[in-house]
Write a protein that binds this ligand. Structure first.
Ligand SMILES: [Mn+2]
Length: 349
């Protein structure tokens, strides 16, 4: 079985570049692995992102994905993002797909399924006050749980949710809901399959495999990393004359007059920061503004879009004077190269 975390198809207002990253993960990793290992695929909730509206392009791409995977059983349990009402699961974004495709198994109620040597308890999103008791006859629980004291973001632990001490069971639990990969005793949050937002900065993402002809053991669950779009900080320090890159598989520092390959920035989501020397920077920003305009990239002169947590985290690490640009859609465009090469000229001057 291949275990896949929150997908959030249609995320970021159905951004097409993100959708194409998500589909590539299915077509290049998940589907070939399912075929070569003769595995089912299970998605542990939040298949879609939007609770209210279905984007037509996203809908058609997912229809094609299911048409292309009729030889594979795909289990999807409902997450909180898949449901329309807060107090019931019946109205959701997956009903139509489950009706249209026999190989798509939708779980909108708690139940037990069997796979190979394993009995699996499946627990879709729990409504307020809904009871959850682990059936001790199962080998594995799959769910979309809100457990207390797990990381909601990289730095913040959930203050609400189920207290795991009340569960009183050693049955392994694989869960969606929180997006960062984390494990505490018998509970493993799978994490998203790619870096959705800055909360995933520097986190390795991927999918999981277990041969279900054997009894499930959490310690033997295999993590398969997927290297795709990352969130990357580029810090331009005019005083130190360095350009530091954080968030790639390894952090890089480019010093004055050293050659740089711009290709490493392609396909990632970038934020470019400036440190110090605002007088020079101001001139530079004015230069860059003209470039950005032709690419529809917004210049963020203050850190206005950063949430407070990451702001505090950042502030403790750097004395960052300004965020220059937050490049959302730069997959193949040369804008990054433009900006970095001008920054390079600036530090080399
Ligand atoms: Mn989610």
């Amino acid at each position: 079985m291949i275990f896949v975390g929150d997908q959030h198809f249609g995320v970021n207002s159905a951004n097409k570049n993100i959708l194409s990253i998500q589909l590539k993960i299915w077509y290049n990793y998940i589907i070939p692995l399912a075929r070569s290992t003769e595995s089912d695929i299970v998605v542990v909730g939040d298949f879609f992102d939007n609770r209210n509206v279905m984007d037509i392009f996203v809908m058609n791409q997912i229809q094609k994905l299911f048409e292309d995977t009729k030889d594979i059983t795909i289990h999807i349990l409902l997450g909180n993002h898949d449901i329309y009402h807060k107090d019931k699961l019946e109205v959701n974004s997956l009903n139509l797909f489950a009706k249209a495709f026999d190989h798509v198994k939708l779980y909108d109620k708690q139940c037990i399924i069997e796979k190979g040597e394993n009995r699996i308890q499946v627990v879709p999103w729990l409504l307020k006050d809904e009871q959850f008791i682990i059936d001790e006859s199962v080998d594995l629980v799959l769910g979309h749980f809100e457990f207390k004291d797990f990381y909601v973001s990289r730095t913040y632990k959930a203050q609400h949710g189920i207290d795991i001490s009340t569960i009183n069971s050693n049955v392994p639990i694989l869960s969606g809901h929180y997006h960062n990969r984390q494990r505490n005793s018998n509970i493993q949050y799978l994490g998203t399959t790619f870096q959705i937002d800055w909360n995933d900065f520097k986190e390795e993402k991927g999918i999981y495999h277990f041969d279900m002809t054997k009894k499930f053991k959490l310690d033997q669950l295999k993590f398969i990393p997927i290297d795709t779009r990352r969130h990357v900080n580029i810090i331009i320090d005019v005083d130190d004359k360095t350009i530091t890159t954080e968030g790639l598989s390894e952090d890089l520092i480019c010093k004055k007059a050293t050659k740089m390959s711009y290709d490493i920035f392609r396909g990632h989501k970038l934020k470019i920061y400036f440190k110090k020397e605002l007088a020079i920077v101001k001139n530079f920003i004015e230069n860059i503004e003209a470039i950005c305009e032709s690419y529809n990239v917004e210049i963020i002169k203050e850190q206005e879009e950063l949430d407070i947590e990451s702001l505090i985290e950042k502030a403790s690490t750097y004395n960052i004077e300004s965020t220059l640009v937050d490049i959302v859609d730069d997959i193949d465009k040369p804008i990054t190269e433009d900006i970095i090469s001008r920054a390079k000229e600036l530090i080399d001057s």
